[in-house]
Design a protein around this ligand. Structure first.
Ligand SMILES: C[S@@+](CC[C@H](N)C(=O)[O-])C[C@H]1O[C@@H](n2cnc3c(N)ncnc32)[C@H](O)[C@@H]1O
Length: 231
């Protein structure tokens, strides 16, 4: 059965087996990169996040959503494809105010909702894992003019790879906690190609930053962090 499950389901299952689903203390900062403690924090989502409505696409166990709700008083909705991840997020942080975790595909969630958000974000989450020509316009519909989209993705040159030379996804892998690798499709764009897709969706790129991580050899960047605004 597992051979046919989404790699993200197997990923969540292994994580759940390794780590107890118990209340956790809220992380002290927001992490966008592979190296905790490096890179910007929540400020790239907006200067004053109090009572702001935020949407995370691919929230996993909810650490960043919990940080934003608790430290800033934001109203955060975290969506994840895998119900088991949502269950983990609720057991870690479900006691806190301002947090809602929903199981579902990011695109389906956006298509079914008419809510407007002050910012939408993804940290190695759904953006890059869902066709950008579908996902980015769907995100743009939930942002008013001037509002922010921010997302981090594995850097397209990680480990010496080359960025995609066309708009198609390519084969990548999820490395599971037990070091098994399961294949998936990833839209592995460089900043220019993201800018083109953002532009077509009514979003303009405001920054593109890359980050290195000494634990991954340090030579190649590991994280690409993009911010954009609704036109
Ligand atoms: C690498 S994890 C990152 C989790 C979290 N953002 C973090 O930084 O800890 C990727 C997450 O995206 C979720 N995901 C993958 N495809 C998705 C989709 N189409 N819609 C919503 N979530 C998705 C997976 O289930 C997984 O929890």
């Amino acid at each position: 059965m597992l051979a046919h499950a989404s790699p993200w389901y197997v990923h969540a299952l292994q994580r759940t087996t390794a780590n107890p689903a118990e209340p956790l203390s809220v992380p002290a900062r927001m992490e966008w990169t592979t190296r905790p403690g490096s890179g910007p924090g929540a400020e790239i989502l907006g200067q004053d996040l109090r009572r702001k409505r935020l949407l995370e696409l691919g929230c996993g166990p909810g650490h960043n959503a919990a940080h934003l709700a608790t430290r800033y008083g934001a109203q955060v909705t975290g969506v994840d494809l895998v119900g088991l991840q949502v269950r983990r997020a609720r057991s870690h942080y479900g006691r806190l105010n301002g947090l809602t975790f929903v199981a579902g595909h990011a695109l389906h969630y956006l298509q079914a909702s008419d809510e407007q958000f002050d910012a939408v974000y993804s940290v190695f989450g759904a953006i890059g894992l869902v066709a950008p020509e579908l996902l980015l316009p769907a995100i743009a519909q939930h942002l008013r003019s001037g509002r922010t989209l921010a997302f981090s993705v594995p850097h397209p040159q990680r480990g010496g790879l080359r960025p995609a030379t066309d708009d198609r996804p390519r084969r990548d892998y999820v490395t599971l906690p037990d070091r098994t690798r399961l294949p998936l499709a990833r839209w592995d764009f460089d900043a220019d190609r993201w800018e083109k897709h953002l532009d077509r969706s009514g979003l303009w790129l405001t920054s593109a930053q890359e980050f290195h991580d000494a634990r991954h050899g340090g030579r190649w960047p590991t994280t690409l962090l993009i911010t954009a605004r609704k036109v």
